[in-house]
Every structure is written in C-alpha cells, then in structure tokens.
Design a protein around this ligand. Structure first.
Ligand code: DX5
Ligand code: ZN
Length: 217
C-alpha cells in the first residue's frame, strides 16, 4: 500500500495547524528543513518541528536539506521527528554514518536522500541499515517545480538495490508528484509519495490526497 506524504512547504505557515489538519487523511507529514547553504532557500528548523509534534499524531517525515546534518540529529529527534532523511551530498561518508548511528540511538527511522545528480549506487554502503531511501525528482530547494523524468531510471535502480539487499526499505519520491507522475514513479518502484503543490494547491487537499492514492493503485 503506497503512502502519501503531503509536504507542508506548500502550506500557509501562519495557519500551520489548520493546514496540517486538512491533510490528516494522509499517511505521513513531510517536513522540509532547509538551511540556505545546502540549498538556496531557508524554511523551518527544530522549534517548528517541536511545535508541530505537540499538535499532531501524524508520522513526521523530516527531510533535512542542510549541510553537515549530523550536527542536528539529536535535536530533531528530541523535537519529535519519526524519520530523518540526510542527503548523501551534505557531508563526508563518515559523518553520514555518524548521523545514521545517532538516529538509531534515538530510536527514529533512518533514511538517506539523493539529489538528482547522485547515482543510485551511492546508497550501497548504507542500504542494509536503512528504513527508507528518498530519491529527489527535482533539484531540492523549492516546491512547485517540474518533475524530472530522467529520475525514473534512478528510482528503478534504487528499487533493484532495495529488492536485493533490504526489501523492507521504503522508497520515497519527492518533487513534482501529481496524479500522472505518481503513476510513473509507482511503476518504477516507489512506495512513498511526497506531494506539496499537488495537495496544498488544490481547493480540497483531502480530495487531492485521495486522487493521488487512486492514481497510485
Ligand atoms: C523540495 C522539497 C519538496 C517539495 C515538493 O526541495 O523537498 O518536498 O515540497 O514540492 P512539490 O510537490 O510541489 O514538487
Ligand atoms: Zn522534501
């Protein structure tokens, strides 16, 4: 069963509680953390995750688009994240390993994320210990960008590695997901769909979630 994870990047940050409750029929809530260094945009950080945690029981899928994310793993775990994704391009492999160890110690789910330039094989050193791999289908930094069809190959390659080394691992796809692209990424092997503008840009976000679910069936 495919999971739908609305991204609050496209929500109204002055009405976050309202906008989170509007997507409560979804499986996960996707939280995009950006530092203005790893990506050319700044969004939200630890205090906002802690506030969200007080107001929802939803599974918090926190996507860290920040440099040297190992510095902040404990803080995001204590703030109430359920899963953390660190980008493989964000620091040296030893620090990725340290970040994953910190997630394990805190009892949160562990994921690595790949920018479009990064090859699927980059997950190999970590694959057996991961709960999820996140494949970007846009350049990280902004919502509302066009889906990169060339990333379907990367999704298929990651799917093959997951099937071989860790079949329980989820494969999340993030960027430009709408009903048409949802179908394509599911066929390529995705199990979790992030959607920002397709959910929050719709007049009825709950109906948009349902449409994505049906497209993915
Ligand atoms: C982009 C973020 C995405 C973004 C997706 O860097 O990681 O999660 O919110 O937005 P849409 O679905 O509009 O492409
Ligand atoms: Zn994201």
């Amino acid at each position: 069963m495919v999971k739908i994870a609305p991204s609050i990047l496209s929500a109204d940050f002055c009405n976050l509680e309202r906008d989170i409750s509007r997507v409560s029929a979804a499986d996960w809530l996707h939280v995009d953390v950006m530092d203005g260094m790893f990506v050319p945009n700044i969004t939200i950080g630890v205090p906002v995750v802690a506030s969200i945690r007080k107001h929802t029981e939803m599974f918090l899928d926190v996507h860290l688009m920040i440099d040297k994310p190992d510095r902040f793993i404990d803080a995001f775990c204590q703030a109430g994240a359920d899963l953390l994704s660190v980008h493989l391009e964000a620091c040296h492999p030893t620090r990725i390993a340290a970040a994953l160890r910190a997630m394990e110690a805190n009892g949160v789910k562990k994921a690595v994320a790949l920018r479009p330039i990064t090859s699927a094989k980059a997950v190999l050193p970590y694959i057996e210990q991961l709960d999820m791999v996140l494949v970007m289908t846009v350049e990280p930094g902004f919502g509302g960008q066009e889906f990169m069809e060339s990333q379907l190959d990367t999704i298929r390659e990651v799917r093959a590695l997951i099937d071989r080394y860790n079949p329980a691992c989820q494969l999340e796809v993030d960027g430009g997901i709408a009903p048409g692209t949802a179908r394509q990424v599911i066929e390529a092997g995705a199990t979790v769909l992030v959607a920002g503008s397709a959910v929050y840009g719709a007049a009825d976000p709950a109906a948009a979630i349902e449409t994505l679910r049906r497209a993915a069936e």
